[in-house]
Design a protein around this ligand. Structure first.
Ligand code: HEC
Length: 156
């Protein structure tokens, strides 16, 4: 057993101890100031992705900015998909490459606002923001929803 190796390790620890302490203090500072949500389990926070990349066009609740608000969209997705995973997958794909054929929330929105431009996000961000949108549904009644009946529907 090479005793000196253990010794070197201890020495190294002593030397870098100060740095560790500082890093630890910063880390704890971040946690205690509440910059991170308490339940942050995912590496990417969907709400932050939304604020940065979507909120310029999408309000959360009506009135709309230059796109349909998130709550009615989320409600429509809940009507169309029984599974959270499927809804999120479809939405993530839409955000990455929107097309007229894919629109399922509200076909009239295209006439009113134009087709949404693709938002360049990585897979993790797409998934996080789609999950966040899905989770916004409050079960509220947003009216008969023209898109539900007049849209081309979800046919895949
Ligand atoms: C430049 C404005 C703009 C930005 C930025 C934008 N959107 Fe949109 N979005 C729209 C418009 C306009 C529509 C309605 C027309 C359509 O469906 O393409 C829409 C529709 C949608 C829909 C409904 C799709 C469906 O199935 O009918 C979802 C979901 C959505 N956006 C999510 C997002 C998310 C999440 C982001 C951010 C990552 C985002 N959007 C960024 C303009 C925008």
């Amino acid at each position: 057993m090479p005793v000196c190796e253990t010794h070197d390790y201890v020495q190294a620890m002593k030397h870098s101890n100060k740095t560790f302490g500082v890093v630890l203090a910063i880390g704890m500072g971040v946690l205690s100031t509440g910059t991170l949500p308490a339940n942050a389990s995912a590496a990417v926070d969907g709400k932050i992705v939304f604020d940065k990349n979507c909120s310029v066009c999408h309000s959360i609740a009506p009135p709309p900015k230059s796109a349909p608000p998130i709550l009615p969209i989320s409600a429509r997705y809940h009507q169309r998909f029984s599974s959270r995973a499927k809804g999120i997958k479809y939405m993530a794909d839409f955000i990455k490459s929107p097309s007229k054929e894919k629109v399922l929330a509200d076909q009239q929105a295209i006439t009113r606002f134009g087709l949404m431009p693709p938002v360049p996000l990585n897979a993790e961000e797409l998934n996080a923001v789609a999950a966040w949108v899905w989770d916004q549904n409050t079960g509220g009644n947003w009216g008969p929803g023209r898109g539900a009946r007049q849209g081309n529907g979800y046919q895949r």
